[in-house]
Ligand binder design. Structure first.
Ligand code: ARG
Length: 466
């Protein structure tokens, strides 16, 4: 029997049930649903809708249901449409009459919106913690790399030597923005929908502010129609997760390239690589590839859900049930990806000698020669043309650039020294640049940023009492 059987003369068809149920995936909300019910029953008691005995019976029933769910002894019935109905049914079995009062002044519409906010707040906080860990790992790898340098690329063409630490920290800063973005999403979603009822609030003397505080939310809703139909926070979370996925994908793409025999900048640990079923010699960077691949799925979840939302009139529509699977999957995939990429990077061996060798070409220091001429008073555009001419000459006549530079009246030996491997990387001393000292300073700022972020994360744990 359904919760809503009263108005119906026949049981729902099997096809309807199969197509519309959400229990198969919304079990993930079970503990949040119980937290929401605890706050709601405290609100009912405070409003005089439950006496102390009834409230105590409900508290005990919810505790028992929670224990059954955690111990996996909870038995679901075929008539349980979703996790909310399953829990209410069981509470009523245990608490009798009092159980039947639990849904007073509440609808599944404000209930599910509350559950989803509790779930998203908690799970996105956990994702933020994992982002921070990966960012810390990138910082540690940057320390290990010391002054190792590699070619920096634009258009996938070697451009200038850069410190490997600088490259790693570039990914680190992107992750720190992801962290910040998630925290601001959590901040914006810090509103309780409980008390909005089906769509219009309640005629009973309930206090949404009281239950909001019990659940550790910053404020109750301002508008009941908005409260039951707003899923902006889920779209935002899906965007935040997509962008984390995109960042993991970019790291993944580099690891795929770098682990090729052609680059060989990195060797992945066996525990973080896979083999081929046919080719015995193969060692494949599957974590890196799937970081790239799964980004597509995350973006799909975001765009799919935005499409679900775009045509919806106010207020609650069953379409909104489609918020769950994309969100649950995106959180799961990103959480696993963050941990796997971290393990892959921590256990990898980076071949600094190979990187240095790849950056040895004197052509990568061409701009330093131009800067040399600029220091002597030549306009940059002219200096660019002079050095460009020397590079072309060197390539066409197959004469080493060093020789041409040494022999050049405006350049000479001092300028030729700039072409020695590792010289160029020392020169870029400006803030945020890839010079050795600049990267040291940058690394210090990154440490400060991560320490601050760790504090922000600690402060985020909600002090809900429900
Ligand atoms: N399973 C539903 C969802 O996830 C719960 C709310 C259903 N409300 C309703 N009035 N049918 O959205």
């Amino acid at each position: 029997m359904t919760l809503w059987h009263g108005r119906f003369s026949s049981e729902p068809s099997a096809e309807l049930w199969e197509f519309t149920e959400s229990l198969s995936f919304d079990k993930a909300l079970a503990l949040d649903d119980i937290a929401g019910s605890r706050a709601h029953l405290a609100g009912l008691e405070r409003a005089g809708m439950l006496d102390a005995t009834e409230a105590a019976a409900l508290v005990a029933a919810l505790a028992q249901v929670e224990a059954e769910l955690m111990g996996e002894t909870f038995s679901f019935e075929p008539s349980d449409e979703d996790i909310h109905t399953a829990i209410e049914r069981r509470v009523t079995e245990i608490a009798g009459e009092a159980g039947a009062k639990l849904h007073t002044g509440r609808s599944r519409n404000d209930q599910v919106a509350t559950d989803m906010r509790l779930f998203t707040r908690r799970e996105m906080t956990a994702v933020a913690a994992r982002i921070l860990q990966l960012a810390q790992t990138l910082g540690d790898l940057a320390d290990e790399a010391k002054d190792a340098y590699m070619p920096g690329y634009t258009h996938m063409q070697k451009a200038q030597p850069v410190l490997f630490a600088h490259h790693l920290l570039a990914h680190g800063w992107a992750l720190s923005r992801d962290f910040d973005r998630i925290l601001s999403t959590i901040d914006r979603m810090d509103v309780s929908p409980l008390g909005a009822g089906a769509l219009g609030g309640s005629s009973l003397p309930l206090d949404p502010g009281y239950t909001a505080a019990l659940l550790g939310f910053g404020a109750p809703f301002e508008n009941s129609l908005d409260a039951v139909s707003d899923r902006d926070f889920i779209a935002e979370a899906l965007f935040d997760l997509s962008l984390v996925g995109v960042h993991l994908s970019r790291i993944g793409e580099e690891i795929v390239l770098w682990s090729t025999e052609e680059f060989a900048f990195v060797r992945l640990d066996d525990a973080y690589s896979t083999g081929s079923s046919m080719l015995p010699q193969k060692k494949n960077p599957d974590i890196a590839e799937l970081s790239r691949g799964k980004a597509g799925r995350l973006i799909g979840h975001l765009t799919g859900f935005l499409a679900t939302l775009k045509g919806l009139p106010l207020s609650y529509n069953r379409d909104l049930q489609e918020d769950k699977e994309p969100l649950f999957d995106s959180i799961l995939q990103v959480s696993r990806g963050l941990v796997a990429v971290r393990g892959m990077l921590q256990s990898a061996s980076f071949d600094y000698a190979r990187m240095r060798k790849a950056a040895e070409s004197p052509y990568l220091c061409a701009v330093d020669l131009a800067d040399f001429l600029v220091r002597a008073g030549m306009p940059f555009r002219k200096a660019h043309a002079v050095v460009g001419g020397l590079v072309r000459d060197s390539i066409e006549r197959q004469v080493p650039l060093e020789e041409l530079v040494s022999a050049h009246p405006l350049l000479g030996e001092d300028a030729a020294r700039l072409l020695e491997p590792g010289e160029s990387v020392k020169l870029r001393a400006t803030r945020g640049g890839s010079g050795i000292d600049a990267v040291k300073i940058q690394r210090g700022r990154f440490v400060e940023r991560l320490q601050l972020d760790a504090k922000r994360l600690d402060a985020l744990q909600p002090d809900a009492i429900a």
